[in-house]
Design a protein around this ligand. Structure first.
Ligand code: NAD
Ligand code: TYD
Length: 353
């Protein structure tokens, strides 16, 4: 879709963003990749150490909530395309502080849309605003059924409400101003570099350090899991070949109840840590449920599969094994991100459960 060369990737120091930045920097040496990130608790330049001195890579520390700064940067660099990943991304944090999610996810997105529109409004030819979103905007499913691209939005958490709002703004800018855009809604990602507040990296960390594994509610909540590198591959494909104005769902064809997933994780970790099989099951602790907890997410990813030829490249067992290995080999990364404020967050989030 776009053959433009000056690409702004927002949130590139975060979990998914860092994999997207790496893929684009390595695969497209002719593109200039600008990674704009505010470096919140979730942003970590260590994620990009291997490519930070590449000639086509540039880092900009900026906050998308700051309209003045964003407008200046667009004035200076005239980015032809945006791949927008910067966001507050953790549901539990959104329950504690919804406004932080309105600021970054809603106002931040509108600031980017305004700057992009002001820069290119006289000729949008060959330009693209690619917005990365989540399946959580669709709300929750019963025991059957899948989220389709046409499923009505029905968000239940402040996080998903803020993402839904940003998706609507992107679409509305397309309708109102003719702004060329594409949106993808992806299921739960896992893989290297994910901040240990989300289920999989948190539980890897806790199993390793023999801490309890806080399972919310009855543990029978269901998510569809996708390896982050497969998400980055999908983003590359949609950026280049997706149809303007379209939405694509991205998922792993890989549904797991939390408790079943946790058992697979324990099995693999006990093996890798040389513990007797099932030893870490004793760490499982059922705790108070998350308010408004969505029961089940499951994605129908057949549109991107049939129209663009994308599908996941690794099985869940392979992806999980690689993920565990990464966390076990990157002790220092984990120590750096779990020092300081992390302890305060952890105690605050789990004390009352
Ligand atoms: P993350 O929390 O790991 O990273 C977010 C990044 O955005 C961080 O580097 C952070 O510093 C940056 N950021 C936050 N606020 C900012 C601001 N105001 N200005 C500039 N930068 C800011 O998130 P992630 O899991 O990598 O998710 C990336 C995107 O993908 C998000 O839009 C999220 O909604 C979406 N998504 C995530 C998942 C998932 O399972 N993690 C699934 C589907 C969609
Ligand atoms: P999470 O990784 O926070 O992703 P999301 O809420 O965006 O799907 O959580 C995945 C599932 O795991 C979700 O059903 C909530 C559950 N969960 C726990 O049971 N315990 C925990 O400590 C966490 C963080 C999540």
């Amino acid at each position: 879709m776009s053959d433009q060369k000056k690409i702004l990737i927002t949130g590139g120091a975060g979990f998914i963003g860092s994999h997207v930045v790496r893929l684009f920097v390595n695969k497209y040496p002719d593109y200039q990749i600008y990674n704009l990130d505010a470096l919140t608790y979730a942003g970590n330049l260590e994620n990009l150490k291997d490519i930070e001195s590449a000639e086509n890579y540039h880092f900009i520390k900026a906050d998308i909530v700051d309209a003045h700064q964003i407008n200046q940067l667009f004035g200076e660099h005239r980015f032809d395309s945006v791949i927008h990943l910067a966001a507050e991304s953790h549901v539990d944090r959104s329950i504690t502080d919804p406004l932080a999610f309105v600021r970054t996810n809603v106002i931040g997105t509108v600031n980017l849309l305004n700057a992009f529109r002001d820069t290119w409004k006289d000729n949008f030819e060959g330009k693209l605003f690619y917005h990365i979103s989540t399946d959580e905007v669709y709300g929750t499913l019963g025991e059957t059924g899948l989220f389709e691209e046409t499923t009505a939005y029905d968000p239940n958490s402040p996080y998903s409400a803020s993402k839904a709002s940003s998706d609507h703004f992107v679409r509305a800018y397309g309708e109102t101003y003719g702004l060329p855009h594409v949106v993808t809604n992806c299921s739960n990602n896992y893989g290297p570099n994910q901040f240990p507040e989300k289920l999989i990296p948190l539980f890897i960390h806790n199993i390793k350090t023999n801490k309890s594994l806080p399972v919310y509610g009855d543990g029978k909540y269901t998510r569809d899991w996708l390896y982050v590198i497969d998400h980055a591959r999908a983003i590359d494909l949609v950026f280049h070949e997706g149809k303007e104005g379209e939405t694509y769902n991205i998922g792993g064809f890989n549904e797991w109840q939390n408790i079943e997933l946790i058992r697979v994780l324990i099995k693999q970790m006990d093996e890798k840590l040389g513990r007797p099989a099932g030893e870490s099951e004793k760490l499982i602790t059922y705790v108070k449920d998350r308010p408004g907890h969505d029961r089940r997410y499951a994605i129908d990813a057949n549109k991107i599969k049939n129209e663009l030829g994308w599908e996941p490249s690794v099985t869940f067992e392979e992806g999980l094994s690689e993920t565990i290995d990464w966390y076990l080999e990157n002790e220092e990364w984990l120590q750096n991100v779990t020092s300081g404020d992390y302890q305060k967050y952890y105690e605050g989030m789990y004390a009352g459960r």
